[in-house]
Design a protein around this ligand. Structure first.
Ligand SMILES: Nc1nc2c(ncn2[C@@H]2O[C@H](COP(=O)(O)OP(=O)(O)O)[C@@H](O)[C@H]2O)c(=O)[nH]1
Ligand SMILES: [Mg+2]
Length: 323
């Protein structure tokens, strides 16, 4: 199964994937539902007061102010139109309005974000330290490899000793080649070599790891552009994807990182990790609404299958599914 078919298949989640998602979002759901239940205690009707509470709930669930205001406006319109909306209908109403709001951001489709028939398909992974870049690369490599693609990884985080070894370990585990020049080597030359090897070995996918921190932000941005430029000497249209990894458990911080990186780097896709074990999963809604760049992957656990192709509708359905 080529990459394109891989993504086509992932456009709908199977039962197992839905369960993984439900489980991964447990903490966020718990937080959301307990607040929602408290807001409607002793009330039968969605009124001004409930809407005010709802606004606070969404903001405190890391949805972000702008997206929250959009959601509240939609619900106000709905309440005005339907006249009497009971508080029992509130979950369903929220689910529908959020799903429709996200659906309006058309760029946010996996199939739109994927370029078919590109070989090798080169993904450069960026993001600050500790957000889950290397882990995400390992999980992706495994899934692509299992689907029958030849994958090559490039150990471009040469800033930290452990980083190269961590990627090599993933390579061994998954059974794919890792190109590395060791710690402190030039990441641009690692990237060049990886792409060159991929072409020579007729690989389908290249994933390049990068450092999340240099001595300062300007250095980091310069280095990322250099990696890109040097790769392009060998393969002019590479990288085909610049994947920014964000740690969802940092809530609004993830949002700020997305703003900063997209200002200085041509990010084409987002991955939001560590949604398991946090109540801040609402940040995915805000990011998915506010950025023209699609959220392509979400991380909902430590296991390989816990990295999922993001599906807006399934995400919102899962979030509002009570046990
Ligand atoms: N629970 C959980 N942990 C994750 C997820 N993604 C990454 N991690 C953990 O986050 C930590 C940092 O990940 P790493 O890939 O080294 O980050 P990097 O510095 O960006 O390369 C590791 O302990 C990972 O196991 C996820 O989706 N869920
Ligand atoms: Mg790393």
């Amino acid at each position: 199964m080529g990459l394109f078919d891989f993504f086509k298949k992932k456009e709908t989640l199977n039962t197992e994937e839905k369960e993984t998602l439900d489980k991964g979002l447990e903490k966020t759901k718990e937080g959301l539902f307990s607040k929602l239940s408290r807001a409607v205690v002793g009330k039968s009707k969605v009124d001004e007061e409930v809407l005010d509470e709802l606004e606070e709930i969404l903001i405190s669930s890391d949805v972000g102010v702008d997206t929250t205001l959009k959601i509240i406006r939609r619900i106000e319109e709905r309440v005005a139109r339907d006249k009497f909306v009971t508080t029992a209908e509130l979950d369903g109403l929220l689910r529908e309005e959020i799903a429709e709001l996200l659906a309006q951001n058309k760029s946010d489709d996996v199939s739109n974000a994927f370029k078919a028939n590109v070989k090798p398909y080169v993904i450069m992974v960026v993001g600050v330290n500790g957000v889950g870049k290397t882990t995400t690369i390992g999980k992706l490599a495994s899934q692509f490899h299992k689907a029958g693609n030849k994958v090559i990884l490039g150990a471009g985080d040469t800033f930290r000793a452990a980083a190269v070894d961590q990627l090599k370990l993933w390579g061994q585990r998954v059974g794919v080649t890792v190109i590395d020049h060791g710690m402190n080597s030039d990441p641009a030359s690692v990237a060049y070599d990886t792409v060159k090897q991929a072409v020579e070995q007729d690989a389908d996918v290249v994933i390049i790891d990068t450092a999340g921190r240099l001595h300062n932000k300007v250095n980091l941005m310069n280095e990322l552009s250099k990696i890109k430029r040097v790769m392009q000497k060998f393969l002019p249209d590479a990288p085909h994807e610049i994947l920014l990894v964000l740690d969802g458990s940092t809530g609004q911080n993830a949002f700020i990182q997305a703003q900063e990186f997209t200002k200085t780097t041509d990010v084409t896709a987002l991955a939001i990790t560590k949604l398991d074990g946090t109540a801040k999963g609402g940040v995915v809604i805000g990011i998915s609404d506010q950025f023209k760049i699609p959220v392509k992957y979400i991380g909902v656990g430590e296991k390989i299958e816990d990295l999922q192709v993001f599906n807006k509708k399934e995400f919102v359905d899962s979030l509002f599914k009570r046990k």
